[in-house]
Design a protein around this ligand. Structure first.
Ligand code: TMP
Ligand code: ASP
Length: 242
């Protein structure tokens, strides 16, 4: 890994300083957690696969006009990123009902939503990352009203780009989670990662509801063949020229 003291260690990544204060090194781990870390495991090779998938998707988004923190790949499971102050919100976009949306609304798994739903969650493990309203975001001073508008607009634009991208890879983008950060100029950059850990992806050529799952739900729900699903996503994503 590294002798350098990390700046921050999360559940799936470790962030290291570099010799430049405006640049950080993000190391992707094989560790996997679910249900606010109540379930823990290792997905062998996940760090490298998620790092490469994320790098490719960040490049695709940059080419489509989205500003991201990605600079370049340093090794199979490390990338250089621009230093940002992470906005403590998880921005989830949903195209099809799954996961917590089904649990909290009663919508059936697989219901196609009439419009992409944008949900904000307060990034706070101690509180279990609760769903928050714009008023609660203002109350807690997590973001300004103008920033919330920017995050929503950016998340919806990213959804359009990624939905088309994954369709070309014969996958359906069911839903996904984004994190954003502010650079030293106050500019909002897309940060964190975009990978099978943070997206639900269904194989469009498979109808069976368990077999079609190509993302971390295989780990969350003990569906088996987790590494194979991540490898399948990586192969399809990297085969697309950006
Ligand atoms: P949810 O249905 O559990 O709310 O998840 C929505 C999407 O967000 C799904 O693609 C998985 C992703 N996600 C994360 O990336 N991190 C998390 O901690 C959670 C709960 C979900
Ligand atoms: N990564 C999250 C956790 O362990 C949950 C998830 O992805 O389901 O808290």
């Amino acid at each position: 890994m590294s002798d350098v003291t990390p700046l921050y260690e999360g559940k799936a990544k470790i962030i290291y300083p570099t010799d430049r204060p405006d640049i950080l090194r993000s190391y992707f781990k094989d560790d996997a957690t679910a249900f606010n870390a109540q379930k823990k495991g290792i997905i062998t090779g996940k760090g490298a696969m998620n790092c490469q998938i994320s790098a490719h998707l960040f490049k695709k988004l940059e080419a489509s006009g989205i500003s991201t923190h990605f600079i370049d790949l340093l090794s199979a499971n490390e990338m250089r990123v621009k230093a940002v102050a992470i906005v403590p919100l998880e921005v989830v976009v949903r195209n099809i009902a799954a996961g917590s949306l089904c649990q909290q609304t009663g919508l059936a798994l697989g219901t196609v939503l009439p419009f992409p739903l944008v949900d904000f969650y307060y990034k706070n493990d101690a509180l279990g990352d609760p769903l928050v309203t714009p008023d609660r975001i203002a109350l807690l001073k997590l973001a300004t009203a103008a920033q919330i508008d920017r995050l929503r607009e950016s998340a919806l634009r990213i959804n359009q780009i990624l939905t088309d991208f994954f369709q070309n890879c014969d996958m359906t983008l069911v839903d996904f989670k984004l994190e954003f950060g502010l650079d030293s100029n106050g500019q909002i950059l897309l940060a964190d990662e975009i990978s099978p850990d943070t997206c639900r992806l269904w194989d469009r050529s498979v109808a069976d509801p368990d077999r079609r799952v190509l993302d971390k739900d295989r780990f969350r729900q003990d569906l088996g063949n987790v590494e194979q699903a991540y490898a399948q996503v990586m192969e399809r994503v990297l085969s697309q020229v950006v």
